[in-house]
Design a binder for this molecule. Structure first.
Ligand SMILES: [Zn+2]
Length: 174
């Protein structure tokens, strides 16, 4: 299983620490969830990482937990064998397909969020318009009520004037 030594440190560059974030597939178990523990020169358990590089896609390795920091003792050891010339491009293609799908999913989620925000804005506009409509309706009703009263007043006025004229005519005829 363990096929290499700390001489191939360069293969672990940029994978340590950020390995979990960059992994195309989430880790099934944590980097320290293996037994018995493999210890580095610091006498500490070396975490198990998985590289997704072009040279070694999906290949696991142990690395000093202080990798790429001033406390790094340089410990590195492969766990899995090297991929065959057939397996390597296949694993790289799968990795790239997963990354592409993740990118597309992230873009779609962004578009969904934008659409939700726009919908929410439009709903607010519709609510405001409905409020305005209700207020206008109330004002219209009040105006109609006033006009109705004025109509009755006009009619009474005309009747009074006509009665006055009629009395006037009757008295002048006497
Ligand atoms: Zn160490």
């Amino acid at each position: 299983m363990a096929s290499s030594s700390s001489s191939s440190r360069e293969s672990s560059r940029s994978q340590v620490g950020s390995g979990e974030q960059q992994a195309p597939v989430p880790y099934r178990v944590g980097p320290s969830a293996y037994r018995p523990p493999v210890r580095c020169q610091c006498n500490q358990m070396a975490p198990c990482w998985t590289t997704s590089s072009d040279e070694n896609p999906g290949r696991r390795y142990y690395r000093c937990r202080y990798g790429l920091t001033p406390g790094d003792c340089g410990f590195f050891r492969w766990i899995d064998r090297q991929a065959t010339p057939y397996e390597r491009p296949l694993l790289c293609d799968l990795r790239d397909a997963i990354r592409q799908m993740k990118r597309e999913k992230a873009e779609e989620e962004q578009q969904m969020q934008l659409a939700r925000r726009q919908l929410s804005d439009q709903m607010q506009v519709i609510q405001q318009l409905e409020k305005d409509k209700d207020e206008l309706k109330k004002k219209m009703e009040q105006m109609e009520l006033k006009q109705g009263k004025n109509g009755w007043l006009c009619l009474i006025y005309v009747v009074v004037v006509l009665l006055g004229l009629w009395f006037g005519l009757v008295y002048s005829a006497l």
